[in-house]
Design a protein around this ligand. Structure first.
Ligand SMILES: [Fe+2]
Length: 155
């Protein structure tokens, strides 16, 4: 294992937390596609493309989180089965959704992720893992901005 001067126990705990986050991101990624495909109504074009922007961003995040787990000397989970077992976010069925339903569902998920990221930042801070902390803060900033935008959309 590469020696990056971090405590082994810390690396293990942080990697375990990142695997849960990775599982959440996979559920979110699938759900964003679901909404991108199934959204109906007057705001279709606007929300359809916003959802695409969000899943593209989620795809990049998935890769970043998995590669951070590897840098910490652990294995990122890589099966859908494990993601579904570990994820805290819930999948959504394939049916028609209106804009408000999509926005409310995403707000709930983003707020859950924000809550989990704050716990993660506390953990990576405890073990002086600045790189994971920095990554989590970047994600947190993106989520907080999106919560603001989604709430503004609701008026
Ligand atoms: Fe598309």
């Amino acid at each position: 294992m590469a020696d990056i001067n971090l405590d082994n126990q810390g690396k293990k705990e942080i990697a375990d937390g990142l695997n849960i986050y990775l599982a959440n991101l996979h559920v979110l990624y699938t759900k964003l596609h679901n909404y991108h495909w199934n959204i109906k109504g007057k705001n279709f074009f606007q929300l359809h493309s916003k959802l695409e922007e969000l899943y593209d961003h989620t795809a990049e995040e998935i890769d970043e989180v998995a590669e951070r787990i590897l840098q910490l000397g652990h294995k990122p989970d890589a099966t859908m089965k494990t993601y579904l077992e570990k994820a805290q976010l819930k999948e959504a069925e394939s049916k028609n959704y209106n804009g408000e339903e999509v926005i409310n569902s995403l707000l709930e998920d983003f707020k859950k992720l924000i809550q989990e990221l704050r716990k993660g930042i506390e953990l990576s801070g405890k073990y002086n893992d600045e790189v994971t902390t920095d990554m989590a803060i970047g994600t947190l900033a993106h989520l907080e901005k999106n919560v603001w935008m989604l709430e503004s959309y609701l008026g």
